[in-house]
Design a binder for this molecule. Structure first.
Ligand code: SF4
Length: 476
């Protein structure tokens, strides 16, 4: 997924003569958080930010190197930055392939890998030395490991990604993240909570918890306890969810807390009552990838258990509004028609609210590339289309069941008045994460409505992906 294809506009810091940095951020939300950290550190070092190529003294391209298609997109972004500006530093996942990048773009100034904040910041200092002086030297040093108050965010003000760990201890055969980002390395829970508290105080109404494996949070730290608000909290997913749910915005309302990349281990059950109580958003993003036991075994997936369907049913019994999103890969080597049919039948049972699907694509360096029985491209396409038909039908039925209900909706954008003076807005229900899920389209909103507001919306219509409605107090 591309987050930003041209330098992202960020608030300029007014320092006379400060060199300007442009940032092109590609890849997943985890990479976006890396971009935010790099820019936060650079701003603390006295750099200004540029929202276009022309104004930048140097352009950073934060790349994604997961799939070949993402690599192509990263190379295209590097090429565009070289053509438009010429002074380019490459970082992020694809930075691990420095030779390939240099072979294609010999003019890049530096190439650094994922999670190498110091190396990329140093490369910027070399390419465009920061002005030093009493004003800059008075800027207090910032912790690059956290987006502190005043840190740079690349998301809208009202939602923020909260990265709780880096790396992964698993060895899924199609994935090279552990090679790119190393083993699980969790942040201390008190540091994560401090960052979340500051984000919420600064206007964040929705926290999106991200990692490679949220269920494993704190395992590498032995789930160590730290003091927080006069009590001890463990570096553990359940404690994290509970404490995030206890935060309050300056208006006294709880922020939405959305958990991504959760594996369905038994201990996940402990957060479901928090969702039923309204402390945590009733939404789980669980990357199942497949359902057929043969394929899951070949994929070497964690939490690959026959009892997952039972678990989903038990969770929904506790929290009926729980929305489950997942992603699936079709055409994995060795996937037979029977395996694929198993997946379709499983989806009928699981009734997932939101599904993303991918056709299997070999990733350079992944173990799955050596597996026998590759699935022909035409078969992958055909299975992909069948999977999409199935999941769209499930999604349409689940959205249709919401007609007539009044649901909380967070507003992302408010439009301009049309010829009749009516104003529309776009928002999301608790079942919709930004960028990856559907939307709620509102009619006839008041001109005073602001992005970030959470309003009750009467649902009037639905299609396969989105809902349509009106603020409950404006219904007529
Ligand atoms: S859980 Fe598997 S797919 Fe996810 S990052 Fe770890 S190895 Fe990759």
């Amino acid at each position: 997924m591309t987050v930003a294809k041209s330098p992202t506009p960020v608030e300029p810091l007014q320092i006379a003569g400060a060199p300007k940095v442009g940032m092109v951020s590609l890849g997943c939300p985890k990479a976006l958080v890396d971009s935010e950290r790099i820019l936060t550190k650079l701003r603390a070092d006295g750099y200004a930010m540029s929202g276009d190529y022309a104004g930048a003294d140097v352009v950073l391209v934060n790349t994604c190197g997961f799939l070949d298609s993402a690599k192509e997109e990263s190379l295209a972004a590097i090429g565009e930055a070289i053509a438009e500006n010429g002074r380019v530093i490459v970082t992020g996942c694809m930075g691990n392939e420095a030779e390939a990048i240099r072979a294609r773009f010999p003019d890049v100034l530096a190439v650094t890998g994922a999670h190498q904040y110091e190396a990329v910041v140093e490369a910027v200092h070399e390419a465009a030395p920061a002005a030093r002086g009493p004003f800059v030297d008075l800027v207090p040093p910032r912790n690059p490991d956290a987006i502190e108050d005043g840190g740079i965010k690349l998301t809208p003000r009202h939602y923020s990604y909260l990265k709780i760990s880096e790396g992964c201890n698993h060895a899924c055969s199609f994935c090279i993240i552990p090679q790119l980002r190393g083993p699980l390395s969790s942040r201390r829970i008190d540091a994560v909570l401090r960052e979340a508290e500051k984000l919420v105080a600064a206007g964040t109404r929705e926290l999106l918890v991200i990692s490679q494996d949220t269920s494993a949070y704190g395992l590498d730290l032995g789930h160590a306890e730290y003091p927080w608000k006069g009590r001890q909290v463990r570096t553990h997913m359940t404690d994290l969810a509970r404490e995030l749910g206890a935060l309050r915005t300056p208006e006294g309302i709880p922020p939405w807390v959305r958990l991504h990349y959760v594996y369905p281990y038994p201990h996940v059950e402990a957060v479901i009552p928090l969702m039923a109580e309204g402390l945590v958003t009733p939404y789980l993003d669980i990357p199942f990838q497949h359902a057929a036991p043969n394929v899951l075994r070949a994929m070497k997936r964690p939490a690959n258990e026959a009892r997952v369907l039972e678990r989903l049913k038990a969770w929904r019994a506790i929290c009926p509004d729980l929305a489950i999103r997942s992603s699936f890969v079709v055409g994995f080597p060795g996937e037979t028609e029977a395996d694929f049919q198993y997946l379709l039948d499983w989806l009928d049972e699981a009734q997932l609210d939101r599904v993303g699907a991918f056709r299997f694509e070999p990733v350079a360096g992944a173990a799955a590339n050596t597996l026998p029985d590759a699935v022909p491209e035409a078969v992958k396409e055909e299975r992909y289309a069948r999977l999409m038909d199935k999941t769209e039908a499930i999604s349409a039925a689940r959205l249709a069941a919401k007609l007539g209900r009044t649901l909380p909706v967070i507003i992302d954008e408010v439009g301009e008045p049309d010829e009749d003076g009516d104003i529309g807005a776009t928002g999301r229900s608790q079942a919709d994460a930004p960028e990856i899920d559907g939307a709620v389209f509102l009619r006839d909103v008041p001109a005073s409505l602001q992005p970030g507001a959470i309003v009750p919306v009467l649902i009037e219509d639905a299609d396969a992906h989105d809902l349509f409605g009106v603020i409950a107090s404006h219904a007529r």
